[in-house]
Write a protein of this length. Structure first.
Length: 433
């Protein structure tokens, strides 16, 4: 039973296929139902850990402070904005978003402790690869889920949710790529299988046409490759890989249209789909730079407590789609304290990824590479209110506390045992016994 969570994990990747419960407060997707079951399973596995290894980590403390502050500024929405109702729909929606954020972050924290304290890294990665094959297949089969939905088909991943899928595919491409080139896998067969998975994930991200995720994948993988100090032959091989990938993607007429829109945005200006920045400089930034500048000015509408977590429309000055930058959005919705705590959380995760023992440095670089992809993606396209990207970000990085030291101790003990066995074998061969 304590390993049941490993069997449930791949089901988190299931597509929605229009099985969505639409409510007055938002949509409940397939992954949300599965996550409730997964949280119970991972909590049971967490309880099976030794009592001394279940302490709260530094990142967990920061998350707790962030949640307390977020609840405070959100509960005060009716009083600060002058709603006539005690429980306006906008506040209920915001509190449900807080609950969803809590659901996914709790699952991520428990998963991280179980994976690294119980030494489940390998089986965890195997379970991830099984699950990742599902969205990879759907993205490659359907092309852009967003475009398929617009054409009246059944969306494999609902609406804007497919941007989150594209982001965690980009994130795991970086995560597994660095481990492949660093020879983290014992057998050639396993390494080749993971390399093939990386290739297909890269194709899936490109096929999704979510430009923020594509940029995130490029930035994360480039950071990891530079930090890994790989040999020239790997750079040559990866160059051929990227060239082949681009040839395959450029063969798509839809992608060529997107590329034309990016390089020559003035042709699309009549549709109102590009920013003034694009008109001036000739590059379609998806209106991001202009949106950041305009939305940043709304900070002064609520400079202390913010507008409230996911408090949009209603009496809030924040528009429905807002800034498309989750870090900026946290300053707008939770004020400078909430925004600072959210940035501090990612800083702590970066520190945690730097605490690996010397023999596991490649895994630390892989985690940092994935973290770079998540940061870039959340600054350009995907929000982290509660979903698989924030869950996976917390799950793959070991918390720096007693748990992390315990993981290092387990690893060092394993090396020590291997050394002792080798030493005894040497004595036997030399006739000392």
């Amino acid at each position: 039973m304590k390993n049941l969570w490993l069997l449930i994990l791949p089901f988190l990747f299931l597509p929605d296929l229009d099985w969505i419960d639409a409510t007055a407060y938002g949509e409940i997707k397939v992954a949300d139902y599965v996550m409730v079951i997964y949280l119970l399973a991972i909590f049971f596995a967490w309880l099976k850990l030794p009592s001394g290894s279940r302490g709260i980590s530094n990142s967990g403390r920061i998350l707790l402070l962030f949640l307390v502050w977020t609840c405070s500024v959100t509960v005060s929405i009716p009083f600060r904005f002058g709603y006539n109702e005690i429980l306006p729909q906008e506040m209920i929606t915001a509190l449900l978003k807080v609950g969803k954020f809590l659901l996914y972050t709790l699952a991520g924290i428990f998963t991280s402790q179980v994976v690294f304290r119980a030494n489940k890294v390998k089986v965890f990665q195997l379970s991830l690869l099984v699950g990742l094959s599902i969205p990879t297949f759907f993205f490659l089969y359907y092309g852009s889920p967003k475009q398929y939905l617009l054409e009246g088909g059944i969306s494999s991943y609902a609406g804007s949710g497919c941007s989150a899928v594209a982001l965690y595919l980009a994130m795991f491409f970086c995560y597994f790529l660095i481990q492949v080139i660093s020879n983290k896998y014992e057998t050639r067969l396993l390494r080749n299988c993971v390399a093939l998975s990386c290739f297909l994930m890269a194709l899936a991200v490109m096929a999704s046409f979510w430009r923020g995720s594509i940029v995130a994948m490029i930035c994360g993988s480039f950071f990891g490759l530079v930090k890994s100090h790989i040999k020239i032959k790997y750079w040559v091989g990866l160059s051929f890989f990227m060239a082949a990938l681009m040839i395959l993607v450029f063969a798509s007429e839809d992608f060529q249209n997107r590329l034309d829109q990016t390089i020559h945005p003035f042709q699309y200006a009549v549709n109102g789909r590009v920013s003034n920045v694009a008109d001036k400089y000739g590059i379609d930034d998806g209106s991001r730079l202009q949106v950041w500048a305009e939305e940043g000015q709304r900070f002064w509408d609520a400079p202390i407590f913010g507008a409230g977590f996911y408090h949009r429309d209603g009496l809030s000055t924040l528009p429905p789609y807002s800034s498309h930058n989750h870090f900026l959005q946290m300053f707008l919705e939770t004020g400078p304290i909430g925004g600072f705590l959210f940035i501090l959380l990612f800083y702590q995760l970066w520190i945690d990824a730097s605490k690996f023992p010397e023999h596991d440095l490649a895994l630390g670089i892989a985690e940092k590479s994935a973290l770079v992809a998540v940061i870039v993606g959340s600054m350009t396209e995907t929000y982290l209110y509660g979903g698989l990207p924030i869950f996976f970000t917390l799950a793959i990085i070991p918390p720096h506390s007693r748990i992390n030291r315990g993981y290092q101790a387990v690893s060092q003990e394993s090396i020590s045992n291997q050394f002792t066995v080798a030493k005894n074998e040497t004595h036997i061969l030399s006739g000392d016994y």
